[in-house]
Design a protein. Structure first.
Length: 202
């Protein structure tokens, strides 16, 4: 038992609990958390077995202890859960996502334009927002994340068990600064911050 374990506390996940998960998989793959009043299942095969047995392990009551049923997928069991998932899958094909690109780009431009009109020094996540006129973009290197995901898919297709693959968090973050926007806002960006940027747009 890990002292102070609370599987429902978001701060526990923010502190990188992967080493603790590994220890649980070795020594206590099924663990009760008395603080959160939930069971922690740490082996992939056990999780799959539970998901295939909705009569014994139901999600219908609530997604959290002492909660209330929610009219959404997280509070559904099969076959209704699988039916909803199928609907979602059909709506997220590569072509349908590509069809949404113009709308997403337009929404991004609207947000950036409104921020500019209000003269707010905003920080965005995607690097493309800085390229489109946002002041700063800071977030994970998406290209690296896509490559990592592709590597995982390749390993699984070659026979690796998903349970054997590590859950990886971003380790490379990008800082993009748009100096043109900074000048329009009358801001002076420190040389130290500019030197640490991955890209400076002028």
């Amino acid at each position: 038992m890990v002292e102070g374990l609370n599987l429902l506390d978001g701060r526990w996940y923010a502190d990188d609990p992967h080493a603790i998960w590994d220890e649980f998989r070795r020594s206590a793959p099924v663990t009760y958390d008395p603080v959160g009043q939930v069971w922690g299942i740490f082996k992939h095969a056990d999780v799959l077995a539970i998901e295939k047995d909705p009569k014994t392990f139901s999600s219908f009551r609530a997604p959290r202890p002492h909660g209330e049923h929610l009219p959404m997928m997280i509070s559904m069991d099969d076959p209704e859960h699988q039916r909803r998932r199928s609907l979602v899958y059909r709506g997220f094909t590569p072509r349908k996502i590509a069809d949404l690109e113009p709308k997403v780009r337009d929404l991004c431009r609207q947000i950036i334009d409104r921020v500019a009109r209000a003269r707010l020094p905003a920080i965005f996540g995607p690097r493309e927002c800085a390229a489109a006129g946002g002041l700063i973009a800071y977030g994970p290197d998406q290209k690296r994340a896509y490559r990592t995901a592709a590597d995982h898919v390749d390993k699984i297709l070659r026979g690796a068990s998903p349970a054997s693959l590590p859950v990886e968090q971003p380790i490379k973050f990008e800082l993009i600064i748009n100096l043109n926007t900074a000048r329009e806002l009358g801001l002076n960006i420190s040389p130290t911050l500019l030197a640490s940027a991955d890209e400076v747009i002028e």
